[in-house]
Design a protein around this ligand. Structure first.
Ligand code: TRH
Length: 361
């Protein structure tokens, strides 16, 4: 089948990151994949091989096109058009979809809320005559699932059998003497409003040293103190981001895509959810924490992290890292990762959904 994926970058990296991953996985499954994106510069940060100035290019089996070029393009004959995160298709292109027999899908944001299961796969009538189907990623088999490459967990096991300092050195380009040879390694990928001061104070006071890897821009003011070493590292290409997570004992991640990758890493993580108006994201966070089934200190830490609560982080972090709680947290993260990986991944689920739909029409 031929898939056209449309992506508008609202902010940050998640929109481009999720759409590129999906396009690549559909291509890896032998499908035709075109990605139309309105900000090739953002995609270029994740995928340094591309030329942001080129209107069309082919990378890893995916045709990448600038959004404005789609205005003149035709929808694929009996193909699938994926509108990522309700991004609104170019009108001229959208007008060709009905006559070309396309299947129209809106790929939604990831949510752990239970209503998602009832809405996943439902059609919504459109003025153009063809319905738009809601496709919800999620954490249960009643949803569209999570993006996961076929070999990912095998690659993780193989990588983790190698020396971690050597892996980190290769990833960051830093000399070995700057990398820690003892203590914990953590990754910090957060929004600028995260309560990093609480994190800094908590890690500085621990008996065990921590090396905090900060890819890209670190929050202004964050610095090494006491037992904490802050180590800025380069923003790695998306294809190597997993390797970074696999090097760390605890991953602070954010948004949508890095959360899923941290889940596949199978180690403890703290998630900073993307902020929404009226604090709607806090209900989403609670729904996710209910599924995560973490020990109480890890839940308290995650809540404090998302409520910009420095004092809460300062209190909860040492508790979450205390031997018994830490062990329970590690075990649950490893087990949940394994459970989730037993479910079919999003690209395969989506392909199956589209193929069944085609057989009916
Ligand atoms: O960048 P984000 O905050 O993106 C957000 C979210 O997706 C949010 O839900 C959405 O509404 C908003 O964008 C518009 O976080 P996310 O989703 O984790 O995306 C980050 C991407 O960056 C992910 O694909 C991993 C990648 N990455 C690298 O490739 N290298 C790096 O060094 C780092 C730190 C990240």
């Amino acid at each position: 089948m031929d898939f056209d994926i449309f992506c508008r970058v609202i902010d940050n990296y998640g929109d481009a990151g999720v759409c590129w991953r999906l396009a690549r996985q559909l291509a890896a499954l032998g499908q035709g994949a075109r990605l139309w994106i309105d900000d090739l510069g953002v995609l270029g940060r994740l995928l340094p091989g591309i030329d942001p100035a080129r209107e069309r290019q082919s990378v890893q089996g995916v045709q990448i096109g600038a959004w404005h070029a789609a205005e003149q393009a035709l929808a694929p004959e009996r193909g699938v058009v994926i509108e990522a995160f309700a991004c609104s298709l170019p009108p001229r292109y959208a007008a060709t979809m009905a006559t070309r027999g396309c299947l129209w899908i809106n790929l939604e944001y990831l949510s752990a809320e239970s209503w998602v299961e009832g809405c996943h796969g439902l059609p919504s009538p459109q003025a153009s005559g063809i319905p738009k189907y809601f496709y919800f990623p999620g954490f249960s088999p009643a949803t569209g699932g999570l993006l996961r490459e076929t070999e990912l967990l095998i690659q993780r096991r193989q990588a983790q059998a190698q020396d971690r300092r050597t892996r980190l050195q290769a990833l960051t380009g830093l000399p070995a003497r700057r990398l820690p040879d003892q203590g914990r390694i953590m990754l910090l990928f957060c929004y600028p409003d995260a309560p990093w001061a609480g994190l800094q104070a908590a890690l500085a006071r621990l008996d065990t040293p921590t090396c905090l890897l900060v890819p890209g821009a670190a929050p202004a003011g964050l610095r090494s103190e006491g037992a904490l070493q802050v180590l800025p590292i380069p923003f790695v290409p998306q294809a190597r981001f997993d390797e970074l997570l696999w090097c760390c004992d605890l991953n602070f991640v954010r948004g949508e895509d890095s959360l899923v990758r941290a889940l596949w890493a199978g180690s403890p993580l703290v998630w900073q959810i993307y902020r929404q108006a009226d604090d709607a994201h806090l209900d989403k966070l609670d729904a996710w924490l209910d599924r995560a089934q973490w020990p109480a200190p890890a839940r308290a830490l995650t809540r404090a992290w998302n409520r910009h609560d420095d004092a809460g982080v300062l209190q909860a972090l040492p508790q979450a890292l205390a031997p018994q709680a830490w062990h329970a947290w590690q075990t649950r993260c490893r087990d949940w990762s394994a459970e989730l990986s037993n479910q079919t991944d999003l690209a395969r689920n989506l392909l199956d959904f589209c193929q069944k739909h085609r057989q009916k029409s």
